[in-house]
Design a protein around this ligand. Structure first.
Ligand code: SAH
Length: 349
């Protein structure tokens, strides 16, 4: 028997083509697509689709599904963190956050990550795999369904490097922004990357209106290569060149993420160097207090160092914000920590 296709990963046009191949009228694809956007778990839930077609679909496709393994709710700020189980036993994290202007969800694009940034809990040796477009999409749908809240913003800042799973992430963006589907516009989506330069050029070509965030974390190659191995492949100057190109082509202002690590990248010299590097570039810098990871020697910067760093950037007219203490601090709600803790527990058992 031919291998089944995960139906949630198909764009509407792809689904239409598949149904036409099966001898069905094209319009039926839209009915199916709408059901999938609501997070149905079986073809039988598609009550306005004929039984015959449901049976036909089940012969060709399977519906991707995420199960809630654990769910933690923050007592501090209403953040909810999900650990979702996948078909193959892998698990991924998704975080739902409440802001003044609505709900935002932080989603994973891979199970594990192979980029190796030394400050990040997501990196682990061994197998990692790309998530399908459907698995990425279902994180949004499940968070929406489980919480009963309409999600207005998405950040691709969970586990994984989105541009290392380029095709599936692009399919996800088309799916989630489709007006007949989940319908979250590109302007409400941020994609964060550690800097896979060729893929930044590819993305620019698509001229999507999403916000590109770059995990910069250092003002020069020496420091960046020490903390982010990807910099050995694509150095900081080639990265910034790609960013300038991205801005020129899309007109979208880039956001630079900078996790402040005590004594590593947070000195005044670093601030001046960063300011010179970004001077004149229409961008935004987001300073993030490092989130301490159990067992790591790296520590967050002091408030004073953070404030001094920000002041220097601002004196160069670089728009800078300091991210508020991260949401869900009481539930390990960031950077792969829940997944890691559960895996460590399993390893100990
Ligand atoms: N791979 C992508 C997206 C996932 S990481 C990327 O690198 O951008 C999301 C963000 O969290 C990145 O900016 C990452 O550098 C940052 N991050 C990872 N570990 C962190 C930590 N311990 N403290 C603060 N930020 C961290």
């Amino acid at each position: 028997m031919a291998e089944l296709t995960p139906i949630n990963s198909l764009r509407l046009e792809e689904l239409e083509a598949r149904l036409v191949e099966l001898g069905e009228p094209k319009y039926k694809a839209l009915q199916v697509f709408k059901w999938l956007s609501l997070g149905v778990e079986s073809f039988d839930e598609m009550t306005d689709v004929s039984k015959a077609l449901r049976a036909k679909l089940a012969e060709q496709f399977y519906i991707e599904r995420l199960t809630i393994v654990t769910k933690q709710s923050s007592m501090l700020d209403g953040t909810v963190k999900y650990l979702f189980g996948l078909r193959d036993g892998n698990s991924i994290e998704t975080v739902l956050m409440k802001y003044k202007h609505g709900y935002s969800v932080c989603i994973s694009t891979q199970a594990g990550c192979k980029m190796g940034c030394i400050f990040c809990a997501s990196f682990e040796k061994g197998a990692t795999r790309n998530l399908t477009a459907g698995e990425i999409l279902l994180q949004v749908i499940m968070a929406q369904k489980d919480s009963g809240n309409r999600i207005s913003n998405i950040v691709l800042m969970g586990t994984g490097e989105p541009l290392d799973n380029y095709d599936n992430v692009m399919a996800f963006l088309d799916l989630v922004s489709h007006e007949k589907g989940v319908n979250i516009g590109m302007r409400h989506i941020s994609l964060s990357t550690c800097g896979l330069v060729p893929r930044i050029y590819d993305l620019a070509q698509l001229k999507k209106q999403l916000t590109l965030s770059i995990s910069l974390h250092a003002p020069n190659n020496e420091i960046r290569s020490k903390i982010m191995p990807v910099n050995n492949k694509y150095d900081i100057h080639s990265l910034l060149k790609a960013c300038r190109h991205y801005f020129d082509v899309t007109g979208r202002r880039i956001s630079f993420e900078y996790a402040m690590i005590r004594g590593v990248n947070d000195t005044r010299d670093c601030a001046y160097e960063l300011a010179r590097l970004l001077k004149g570039f229409n961008c935004h810098v987001n300073l993030i207090p490092l989130n301490h990871i159990e067992g790591s020697p790296l520590k967050p910067s002091t408030r004073e160092d953070q404030a001094a760093f920000q002041k220097i950037l601002e004196s160069y007219h670089i728009t800078t914000t300091v991210r508020r203490q991260h949401l869900g601090a009481d539930i390990d709600a960031s950077c792969g920590q829940l997944r890691r803790r559960i895996q460590n527990q399993e390893a100990k058992q």
